[in-house]
Design a protein around this ligand. Structure first.
Ligand code: ATP
Ligand code: MG
Length: 387
């Protein structure tokens, strides 16, 4: 901001970072609004990534930090309910704040910490209120994603939604059918990771917003059946695994298709589903932890607490991971070549894979140590079909 100002431009912190600072939360991404055009920003800074030039946004890398820098702008009409038809760059921040969704998100702060608050955002933060900037129905019709954003912020911050804003959400909610599923999924991922998911779920229910969300629209009961206490789930894969458990009639693949999820999310959902099924019959053991991706441990412990009233924690899962003699099949002391040597006349085939699977399970569960000689002996004493 010093650099921008030294070139004669205005610059402010805006959006989520100002809100989070005033709420006393950790600040995530830092967004900066400036009177400098994207071209000027690219001239001034060495490392600039043009991520959204048509909306006036670039990322500036400075002193090992990234800043999203957006030129003051107003949005034209939203005839497609996704993107403004035109954006116009401005010289002052006032118009820029007016286009923002909620009063708490329409605050700007200069580098001295002085806050520009045109719509009573600070008071709303103090009272814990989510309120649209301007007429709710108009703002939600302009971009219906804001309806989902309202419940997502309720879930993250534990705030209430102002009555007139809530009424506007109910009025405009069918417009949500027009927005790209990926945008909804992105907000819903943040929704379920919120510290106050129960509050958000209550809003999904009372506003009947879920009736306009993929899959959920066909299975409204799943919203009520989320086991309490509802814990934050850090990945969308965990959310899918949760809903699939509540309504097995909808396959994980159907969720992935309906919500246009990535393969990564699908993989997480399938892994967590398998882990829960294993947990239900065998409890937390080495095989479960071995099979589960490390980045799903937190989500798994949350799901185990929600569905099985289990007291297991993330630390318990980590501790079990420490006990694993191998982390993957590649760590086995014996490989396919070794096996071929043990069965000189036999042809290669699926039997080898099956034998390796068996060895893997025996070693992980501690029934066999990961030692070449011991494994060889075990194979010798256990006949195998090599056809
Ligand atoms: P988070 O901490 O989750 O990033 P955020 O408030 O920064 O929350 P972003 O999605 O990063 O949310 O958006 C940054 C800012 O841009 C918002 O605070 C808001 O001012 C504005 N904004 C984002 N999306 C919209 C929208 N759909 N309509 C109007 N303003 C929006
Ligand atoms: Mg942000």
């Amino acid at each position: 901001m010093n650099i921008l100002e030294s070139h004669g431009y205005k610059a402010y912190f805006v959006g989520g970072c100002v809100r989070d600072l005033l709420c006393g939360h950790d600040v995530g991404d830092i967004d900066i609004a400036t009177s400098a055009t994207p071209d000027a920003v690219q001239e001034i800074f060495d490392k600039v990534i043009p991520v959204g030039l048509e909306h006036g946004t670039v990322i500036v890398r400075h002193a090992h930090q990234s800043y999203e820098v957006t030129t003051f702008r107003t949005d034209g009409d939203y005839s497609d309910q996704r993107h403004p038809d035109s954006v116009e760059f401005m010289q002052t921040i006032d118009e820029d704040l007016k286009r923002r969704d909620f009063t708490m998100n329409a605050l700007a702060m200069d580098k001295e910490g002085i806050i520009i608050d045109l719509f009573g955002g600070q008071k709303d933060i103090q009272r814990g209120l989510i309120r649209t900037v301007g007429n709710g129905v108009d703002r939600f019709q302009e971009d219906p994603l804001r309806i989902i954003r309202a419940v997502r912020f309720a879930s993250q911050l534990g705030f209430s939604i102002a009555t007139e804003t809530l009424d506007a959400m109910k009025t405009a909610k069918q417009e949500m059918e027009t927005i790209a599923v990926e945008r909804i999924a992105h907000e819903m991922e943040k929704f379920f990771a919120g510290a106050n998911v129960q509050i958000g779920l209550d809003y999904l229910h009372t506003t009947a917003i879920y009736k306009h969300l993929p899959i959920m629209k066909g299975y409204p009961h799943i919203i009520d059946r989320v086991p309490e206490p509802v814990l934050p789930l850090q990945s969308f894969g965990a959310v899918i695994a949760m809903f699939h458990r509540l309504e097995p009639a909808v396959s994980i693949h159907a969720w992935v298709r309906g919500w246009k999820c990535s393969n990564k999310v699908k993989h997480e959902a399938l892994g967590l589903h398998e882990a829960m099924a294993h947990f239900q019959t065998a409890g937390l053991d080495r095989w479960l932890v071995y099979r589960l991706d490390n980045n799903c441990y937190k989500a798994f412990s949350a799901l185990a607490r929600m569905f099985f009233d289990s007291a297991i924690t993330y630390r318990d899962v980590l501790a079990m991971n420490e006990l694993l003699p191998i982390k993957s099949k590649q760590d086995l002391a014996l490989d396919g070549t070794d096996i071929k040597q043990l069965f000189p006349g036999a042809k290669g085939g699926p039997w080898m894979g099956k034998l390796l699977d068996k060895l893997e399970q025996k070693v992980v569960t501690g029934h066999l140590s990961n030692d070449k000689n011991e494994i060889r002996d075990w194979i010798k004493w256990h006949p195998h079909d090599t056809s």
